[in-house]
Design a protein around this ligand. Structure first.
Ligand code: MN
Length: 247
């Protein structure tokens, strides 16, 4: 089995190291990750400059680009054989609800999915980063399941794992995305040169964290697994829109 690993926290991130360690012995593992933290990069491709592919002493490859660049470059040019699976993570911090739109972790997996490779994004449920090994072990189990019993259709899974010891996990739950409240406002500061500068504020708290959501599962100690799709068409609005336009 050939597995491509990536992330958005950078090739040096502890979550990626934990993921690579957990995959040991499962097949041919290749790591291609951004050279610096690109959290929040979403599905961006770098089109205005060339990309460099370099290798760290531990064998990990890194690219001066986005998570999407990394997977795109690896699958369409660098790797001799297409991978059987793309795993992205383990991200420091959750990617639930609206986060999935901004997430570079999800984007790396989504790029694999768009290129026809079964892909899984794995994120840790807190920013404390205490139990990457738990999430990495869950990723290993899912990768093993994919190997033993390939999913019938192209698959993009968004996995969030509570930041607790593995033995404390309640189990796995299939979920839908919840929703967050509107993000906190930007934070205005004055730079040493007297200019106004702005920091993007924190994500909003969970607004829809009801039964069945990713937020709900993780809050109660379950691994949340949400199958994602890329088609943004709002099918429910096709008919009202036709009516509105008199078609
Ligand atoms: Mn990140």
């Amino acid at each position: 089995m050939r597995i491509l690993l990536s992330n958005d926290d950078g090739y040096f991130a502890p979550g990626l190291l934990a993921l690579a360690e957990a995959m040991h012995g499962l097949g041919e593992i290749t790591v291609v990750a951004p050279e610096r933290n690109r959290s929040g990069a979403s599905n961006s491709l770098t089109l205005d400059r060339p990309l460099h592919l370099k290798q760290a002493p531990n064998g990990f490859h890194y690219v001066n680009g986005t998570p999407t660049d990394c997977v795109h470059l690896a699958v369409t040019g660098m790797l001799e054989h297409e991978p059987d699976m793309v795993l992205s993570g383990v991200n420091l911090g959750p990617n639930m609800g609206d986060d999935t739109v901004y997430s570079g972790t999800v984007a790396a997996a989504m790029e694999g999915y768009l290129l026809g490779v079964p892909s899984i994004a794995v994120s840790l449920g807190s920013f404390e980063g205490k139990h990457f090994a738990t999430a990495a072990r869950v990723a290993r189990e899912l990768a093993e399941r994919c190997r033993a019993q390939p999913f019938g259709a192209p698959v993009l899974l968004n996995v969030n794992v509570p930041d607790v010891p593995y033995d404390v996990l309640e189990g796995m739950r299939i979920t839908r995305l919840g929703r967050r409240h509107k993000a906190e406002p930007v934070v205005r500061q004055v730079s040493p040169r007297g200019e106004a500068v702005y920091w993007v504020g924190a994500a909003g708290a969970a607004a829809d964290a009801g039964e069945g959501t990713d937020f709900n599962a993780v809050e109660h100690g379950w691994v949340s697994i949400t199958p994602l799709q890329v088609d943004l068409t709002h099918y429910g609005q096709l008919a009202p829109l036709r009516e509105w336009l008199g078609q």
